[in-house]
Design a protein. Structure first.
Length: 302
């Protein structure tokens, strides 16, 4: 089907689901990054924070004024950002090889920096369940060179997904067998965890048990050709949106069918829904931060 503005309609469900009825063009909010990542809209602040990994800083865009400033620098070559259920910022710091939480008074608490006594590789992305359980991905992207972190040997020798117990703080192995685990997201009912594996070009889905253990891991979606996945997000109708690097942003029906795509002029690293109505898609892509006000609404903020 023909492209309409930034939208490529690959299946009629993309059209009937109103996925292509938003803005007719992308808006550039900022374009002075080296590798932009980890966008997170914070409703209480009416701001978006995101990481500029090689420049070792977290930036913030103010919705009311449109201004951009530095939130934190140095920032441990931070990557993914999310909020816990108390509204605190949880950040994956590739360079510092840890997952941290920023407290209301501005102090930083280390949630995880080791597994089984060994240093983590370079935490990439995280998600927090309603009971405080944190899952995070730990590829080696931040230790293979000095560009996005600090070159080092992996002490663990594998790229895994881990779980932080909300009571004990203990770090557990949640899932292994990945080439390069990246984006992690929970379904709205918290019964499934989705993990993108960038190097394998797949998105896996796991069943989540009450104690936080995972099972399954079947392939939900698999990219074709040279396409690779990065971060993933849900809208409020259960469609999965995936940053697909040089292939823009992919949209998958709940059954795993690729139904549409957003065309972006730079390789896309990450996406996040935000704005007052949660229908503004923020896109980090190489040097830039873009946005697109859509007729689609992001999954409810919990």
């Amino acid at each position: 089907m023909p492209a309409d503005g930034p939208y490529d309609i690959l299946d009629d469900r993309f059209r009937t689901g109103r996925c292509a009825n938003g803005d007719s063009r992308l808006e550039v909010l900022h374009d002075d990054c080296r590798w932009a990542e980890g966008p997170l809209y914070v409703p209480a602040w009416r701001q978006l924070v995101w990481s500029d990994i090689p420049n070792d800083r977290i930036l913030r865009w103010d919705e009311a004024t449109g201004t951009v400033g530095v939130f934190r620098a140095p920032a441990g070559h931070s990557n993914g950002n999310t909020l816990d259920r108390q509204g605190r910022l949880v950040t994956c710091e590739q360079g510092n090889r840890r997952v941290t939480r920023t407290e209301p008074d501005g102090t930083v608490t280390v949630l995880a920096d080791r597994y089984d006594g060994k240093r983590l590789n370079s935490p990439n992305d995280s998600v927090v369940r309603s009971d405080g359980t944190v899952w995070f991905s730990d590829p080696d992207f931040g230790i293979i060179s000095d560009y996005e972190g600090h070159r080092a040997e992996s002490e663990i020798g594998a790229c895994n997904v881990y779980r932080i117990d909300p009571v004990s703080g203990e770090v557990h192995l949640a899932a292994d067998g990945f080439d390069g685990p990246n984006g992690v997201i929970l379904s709205h009912d918290e019964k499934r965890l989705y993990v993108s594996d960038s190097r394998a070009a797949r998105i896996h889905v796991f069943d989540v048990h009450e104690d936080g253990a995972l099972s399954g891991g079947k392939v939900f979606a698999e990219a074709r050709g040279d396409v690779r996945f990065d971060n993933i997000r849900f809208d409020d109708e259960g469609r999965l949106w995936a940053a697909a690097l040089a292939d823009g942003v992919h949209c998958y029906d709940p059954d795993g069918t690729l139904i549409g795509r957003l065309r972006v002029p730079e390789p896309v690293s990450n996406i996040a829904f935000g704005g007052p109505k949660n229908n503004r898609l923020f896109i980090t892509a190489t040097t830039s931060l873009y946005s697109l006000v859509m007729s689609v609404t992001g999954a409810p903020r919990l």
